[in-house]
Design a protein around this ligand. Structure first.
Ligand code: IPD
Ligand code: CA
Ligand code: CA
Length: 263
């Protein structure tokens, strides 16, 4: 695994924030059956985790800027570095007590992603990557799957929730086109983990629209460092701006993009 000073800073912050989330997951089980439900509790857990990440990273790298899902932009004195953070990716899973969620932290230097971390505290799965240093899961070097035939591909996607029903028609069209050609589909519920699982070769490819930079920044460097291809869902290199994503090995990425394009 990468043992650079930067990666130590990132993993220390994530493990500390993750300890809180794991404790809170235990609480959720009690709240599921209460009349009020776990909604407010989850958003408090989310904000607590973000505060821990902010404090830890700011202490170790003073002056870096931040883009965080809950608190938005915090300008830093150092304009060359920016953390991009989702303190709890997979909120719906977390809310339902499903142990499939993650902390996602990426670092940009001069607008280029140079490091990424995706950590699931429930399972203690730590995925990290640094530019030029490869992608790692705990102590194992990651490589995207070798599979080349789209008919064998296990493809992950994201399904827009009811609150974003305006995205449903396009999604249904794309899903129809993809299931007509691929092996099968999964909807895991955490974009950062979808990308980590593509980097690990467990999923062959993944696409989704309607995302934000914090959902996909860390996953982007993970997939690239694992030898995969990354673009937005229209084949452009502007994932963080457009909020859509398409990843896989070279052949799977191409096949998935083509299916979506022809939907
Ligand atoms: C969500 C998850 C989900 C994806 C959504 C994201 P959140 O992030 O990554 O898998 O489908 O579009 O917003 O809200 O749980 O941080
Ligand atoms: Ca997210
Ligand atoms: Ca989130």
């Amino acid at each position: 695994m990468i043992r650079s000073a930067l990666m130590n800073v990132m993993t220390t912050a994530a493990v500390k924030a993750g300890r809180g989330l794991k404790r809170d997951l235990g609480e959720i089980e009690n709240l599921q059956v209460s009349v009020k439900g776990p909604g407010d509790f989850v958003s408090a857990a989310d904000q607590r985790a973000e505060k821990v990440l902010f404090e830890e990273l700011n202490k170790s790298r003073p002056g870096y800027g931040f883009l965080m899902e809950e608190s938005g932009v915090v300008e830093g004195a150092d304009k060359t570095h920016r953390w991009i953070i989702d303190p709890l990716d997979g909120t719906t899973n977390f809310l339902h007590g499903l142990p499939m969620f993650a902390i996602s932290v990426a670092l940009e230097r001069e607008g280029q992603l140079i490091a990424g971390l995706v950590y699931n505290p429930a399972t203690d799965d730590m995925f990290v990557a640094e530019k030029g240093q490869g992608a790692w899961h705990n102590n194992r070097r990651l490589r995207v799957a070798e599979r080349r035939d789209f008919a064998d591909a296990l493809v992950a996607c994201g399904i827009p929730p009811l609150g974003r029903a305006h995205l449903h028609p396009r999604f249904k069209q794309e899903l129809g086109a993809v299931i007509a050609k691929c092996g099968n589909i999964r909807r895991m519920g955490a974009a950062s983990l979808d990308m980590a699982m593509v980097a690990a070769g467990q999923l062959d490819c993944y696409w989704e629209r309607g995302l934000s930079a914090w959902d996909i920044a860390a996953g982007t460097i993970l997939v690239k460092e694992a030898g995969g291809y990354v673009s937005d869902a229209d084949g452009h290199d502007t994932m963080l701006e457009s909020g859509s994503i398409c990843v896989g090995n070279e052949a799977m990425h191409r096949a998935l993009l083509t299916a979506i394009k022809n939907a």
